[in-house]
Design a binder for this molecule. Structure first.
Ligand code: NAD
Length: 363
């Protein structure tokens, strides 16, 4: 597999977005986000997305260098319209606004709508945690219909991620961040392109049979293009009725309440997807002294970790820990990309007219 070090990959991906029409600043921000998803082990939300993002930009489905609009606001709330800008631009705008309001008032809620794909939601919880602020994020994907609710076989939900970030003074934050589908669509995409397989019960066919074959989502895999609408099956919601219920609430809060729109039949022919996100921010010291909180949390986390592993060599990890471990490893050893993903980046670079000397050599 081609291996790229994080810096070269960031520079390369930034150059692709700049050549495609984004400012240098936005290109660097998108590239940093995508590569950070690869570094944390979420290849599904990493540079594999580049060709799709560039295609969306070309088709006018996402817009370069958007200045998000604050539609309405109070001292502790705001509604932010992302105006179809890149998620890597409009999500951090909304998060910084929420953090500032929470730092000033103790608590804040921010509704973000019409955001381009915001990628790995944990990145935004990490941003708040770096400022010492707890955050909770309900997210949905309008225009994307991928997941069957518990008890059904028909697609009715998006992969609607949910995320909580909690800073622990003097230690690493807890970052819980997952799609409410049994697997994120990106993981099915990566599997369909030669990456790690998905669980054999992750997808459901119209007759109720379970499968791990990405063709259930994309149809004929011999075609170069991956259209998640082409398959007959659906991704299953995680956690039976409980995960399916959480997904429903992500649609209600991030889709219906924000005005982003919920999962559902697409309106018109254009295949635009937008993320909606309803986020709550809390400054921990309005509840108790952060040091006292951190002491209690650390004691509990150590107790939780001390559970005997369920298999030889195993360990109990806290949310956010696998991502930190992966980042350390990949920053050292580089990022392995499936050949198909690397080839799709090269093809995208050529399609935007990037000079050959700006294309790094993979190891
Ligand atoms: P996942 O199944 O890998 O779960 C990740 C979460 O579980 C993290 O909090 C991680 O720290 C924790 N975790 C993983 N292994 C663990 C272990 N062994 N012990 C303890 N904790 C562990 O995540 P996913 O559902 O595949 O989602 C992947 C990414 O996709 C997320 O970053 C999510 O935000 C993103 N996503 C984004 C969108 C969007 O529209 N923007 C949609 C869906 C998913």
């Amino acid at each position: 597999m081609p291996v790229l070090d994080a810096n070269s990959l960031r520079t390369f991906v930034a150059a692709i977005f700049a050549a495609a029409g984004c400012s240098a600043e936005e290109s660097a921000r998108i590239a940093a986000s995508l590569v950070s998803a690869n570094l944390t082990g979420h290849d599904s939300h990493g540079v594999v997305r580049t060709p799709r993002y560039v295609a969306w930009l070309r088709e006018g489905l996402v817009r370069a260098d958007v200045e998000p609009r604050i539609e309405r606001a109070t001292s502790i709330t705001a509604v932010v319209d992302g105006l179809y800008g890149f998620g890597q631009t409009v999500a951090p705008f909304a998060v910084r606004l929420g953090v500032e309001k929470a730092l000033a008032s103790g608590l804040a809620a921010i509704a973000l709508k019409n955001a381009g794909h915001i990628g790995r939601v944990g990145e935004w919880a990490e941003l708040a945690a770096e400022r010492g602020v707890i955050s909770i994020h309900f997210v949905n994907v309008q225009g994307s219909l991928l997941v069957a609710p518990f008890g059904g076989v028909d697609r009715r939900l998006s992969t609607a991620p949910f995320c909580i970030g909690v800073p622990i003074a003097g230690g690493e934050p807890i970052i819980l961040d997952f799609a409410t589908s049994l697997v994120a669509e990106g993981k099915v995409l990566v599997a369909s392109r030669g990456g790690p397989p998905i669980p054999p019960d992750a997808l459901i066919l119209p007759d109720g049979r379970l499968t791990g074959d990405p063709a259930a989502l994309y149809g004929d895999l011999s075609r170069a293009e991956r259209n998640p609408e082409a398959g007959e099956g659906a991704i299953r919601a995680f956690g039976l009725h409980k995960g399916s219920g959480l997904a429903v609430l992500c649609e209600i809060l991030a889709g219906a309440l924000t005005g982003n729109g919920t999962a559902g039949p697409r309106e018109g022919a254009r295949s635009r997807i937008t993320n909606g996100m309803l986020s709550f921010y809390l400054r921990p010291d309005v509840i108790d002294d952060p040091e006292a909180f951190a002491r209690r949390a650390r004691r509990f986390l150590a107790f939780c970790r001390s559970s005997r592993p369920d298999r030889p060599g195993g360990a109990v990890l806290m949310p956010g820990e696998p991502e930190r471990r992966k980042r350390e490893a990949r920053e050292r050893a580089g990022i392995e990309l499936p050949r198909e993903v690397w080839d799709s980046l090269l093809a995208t670079a050529r399609s935007v007219g990037l000079a050959p000397d700006r294309i790094p050599t993979a190891r």
